[in-house]
Design a protein around this ligand. Structure first.
Ligand code: MG
Length: 163
């Protein structure tokens, strides 16, 4: 039985005017979105980094640099699907992903299952392999001041055919 590997992802994006708020591929109704080169989907970015970490494949900036015009305004679910292809090429299977979305505003609970579905679909895994948790920071720090949103993820991956 191959030994599972665990990867960690963390990301932060600042709120910005005139942008849609995209979290886990869901456009959440809110007066502001997040600043970033791509769609600034902070949750999906954390998941990507967790997966790349578990597979030993570096980080999101290595594969999708924000200096590259190809990723300007990119749908982060497409980036996640590209990571899925990298994992498949490396014979890696996603066992489970757990996440924490840290946002004082807006409340994201109503969108959680849609985010779970989007991430699972992009990765080609059953939805029950993805877990999404959300928390405020009780008004503390940059999240609490509603300056931005942060996300953390851990991914468990096994490389088939390795001891
Ligand atoms: Mg990011």
């Amino acid at each position: 039985m191959p030994i599972p590997r665990c990867g960690l992802g963390f990301d932060v994006h600042a709120f910005a005017d005139g942008r849609p708020l995209v979290l886990g591929g869901v456009t959440v109704p809110y007066p502001q979105g997040l600043a970033g080169h791509s769609d600034a989907d902070v949750l999906t970015h954390a998941v990507i980094d967790a997966l790349l970490g578990a597979a030993g494949l570096g980080d999101i900036g290595l594969h999708f640099p924000d200096s590259d015009a190809r990723w300007k305004g990119a749908d982060s679910l497409h980036l996640l699907a590209a990571v899925r292809d990298m994992l498949t090429a490396g014979d890696c299977e996603v066992i489970h992903i757990d996440t924490v979305l840290m946002a004082q505003k807006p409340r994201v609970g109503p969108y959680r299952s849609a985010m779970q579905r989007n991430l699972a679909e992009a990765l080609g895994v059953p939805a029950d392999r993805i877990n999404i948790k959300a928390t405020t920071t009780e008004g503390l720090g940059f999240v609490g001041r509603v300056e931005g949103i942060a996300a953390q993820a851990v991914a468990t991956v096994v490389r088939k055919g390795t001891p």
